[in-house]
Design a protein around this ligand. Structure first.
Ligand code: AMP
Length: 422
């Protein structure tokens, strides 16, 4: 039996993993600088949390959840997204009592049983921020700017923001009615999924990726024409901020989000070179979510970025991963000296020098080849003569300078040269 990863999942190894680490570090830094602190929640939750928050009729709940029964009889679900778990934690730990306003970020895997293809996986990683407890449109703008800055600093090519408002429970019924009239006249032309959506959350039809449905829906009434005064004013403020801070953006009057809990502002970040799966992130305001979960009224806004797609887009744009190379590779001239070589390697590492040695019993010549191949800055060689007098031969592979030095000067010599390069 040959074991393989389950369909829709992957192993991520070097050099690709260096791109991941770089993206993750940038996301953490930029969110941290904006005052968001990390929250880590379990990868599974009670199924009801997702049914309640994402919506019974949503694609995610209907078709995409990994739900299982535990031996103890609980029904749990691998999280298909991370906003609901964060809100669950916010309520469970009474964060609303200890100062309602919170800024949190998360990073980790989400799981959806999707039709796997390039850019669409069954396990994928999300980085997201949540500003919880404020209806200030400046907070919507802050989240958009943080998302934009992460994506542009990562080098996502052809980055663009799509922005819309989907109103509130006050103004949405009028729009839904107009939409229903439009759809009723054309229902037989829509795909089966959209026919089902027409009976449930009809707004979802606007999110259908089917080319035919897009065409049928192209003259549909626009949500912004139906916004109430409050939602209109909020949207205007957000637009002004976006205009100030975001170089590439567009008002997309048909933009809705796949999850039920959004109100007012919705947005999506799209990348240039990803074809159909071009959404690298999405977000918006969800003023009713915490109430839906049994908490007090707590207006909130946030986004989730898809790290897999970010990495895919920067890879396709030719971004080279920054590979870690050893500062020094130590060659052992004889088998007996390998223990001594390891002692030196351990000491150097404890002094923050990246050192490595051979673990495959290779000949001296092959060890030199390995040193060169590793891209090490220095190669050091330990033979019996040097060992006898606690010395070592050190060669700088970029300058070619070679000398015998006392072992105790090794760290200083290597460290000094590396500092001089900076
Ligand atoms: P959503 O919660 O659907 O708005 O997703 C937020 C972001 O997560 C999307 O913009 C994608 O970048 C990413 N994403 C969602 N589903 C997947 C998936 N199946 N595979 C890879 N990335 C995904």
């Amino acid at each position: 039996m040959e074991y393989k990863v389950p369909s829709g999942t992957r192993d991520i190894v070097a050099p690709e993993v260096y791109l991941w680490q770089d993206v993750e570090a940038k996301a953490r830094r930029i969110a941290g600088q904006a005052g968001y602190s990390e929250i880590r929640t379990p990868v599974f939750e009670n199924t009801e949390l997702f049914v309640r928050s994402i919506g019974e009729e949503s694609e995610v709940v209907q078709k995409q959840m990994y739900t299982f029964q535990t031996l103890g009889g609980e029904t749990l679900t691998l999280r298909p997204e991370i906003t609901a778990p964060v809100m669950r934690a916010y309520l469970q730990h009474s964060m609303h009592k200890t100062g309602a306003f919170r800024k949190l970020y998360y990073l980790g895997p989400s799981f959806r049983y999707e039709r796997a293809q390039k850019g669409r996986w069954r396990q994928f990683s999300q980085f997201g921020i949540e500003g919880i407890g404020s209806s200030d449109p400046l907070l919507d703008i802050e989240t958009i700017v943080v998302g934009w800055d992460i994506l542009s600093e990562c080098g996502v090519p052809g980055l663009k923001l799509l922005l819309n408002s989907i109103g509130c429970p006050g103004c949405r019924p009028a729009y839904r009615e107009a939409l229903r009239k439009y759809v009723d006249l054309r229902k037989d032309k829509l795909c089966n999924d959209c026919k089902r959506r027409a009976e449930g959350n009809i707004l979802r039809i606007l999110d259908c990726k089917n080319e035919n449905c897009k065409n049928v829906m192209k003259d549909v009434p626009k949500i912004p024409d139906f916004l109430c005064e409050n939602c209109s004013a909020h949207f205007e403020k957000v637009r002004e901020g976006v205009q100030r801070h975001i170089p590439e953006w567009e008002h997309d009057p048909h933009l809705v989000r796949g999850l039920d809990y959004y109100t007012q502002t919705v947005y999506e970040f799209v990348a240039g070179e990803l074809g159909a799966q071009n959404a690298v992130g999405g977000g918006g305001r969800y003023d009713l979510l915490i109430e839906e979960l049994g908490g007090p009224q707590t207006p909130s806004v946030g986004f989730a970025l898809g790290l897999d797609r970010i990495v895919l887009s920067i890879e396709s744009a030719g971004t080279e991963p920054a590979v870690t190379v050893p500062d020094v590779f130590i060659v052992s001239v004889s088998d007996e000296l390998r223990t001594e070589v390891q002692r030196i390697v351990v000491e150097l590492r404890r002094l923050s020098i990246t050192a490595d040695m051979d673990y495959e019993g290779r000949s001296v010549k092959a060890q030199f080849r390995a040193a060169n191949k590793s891209g090490a800055t220095f190669v050091a060689v330990l033979g019996p003569d040097e060992a006898a007098k606690s010395a070592i031969n050190l060669k700088n592979l970029s300058t070619g300078v070679q000398e015998q030095i006392p072992q105790k000067e090794l760290a200083e010599r290597i460290g000094g040269y590396l500092t001089s390069l900076k």
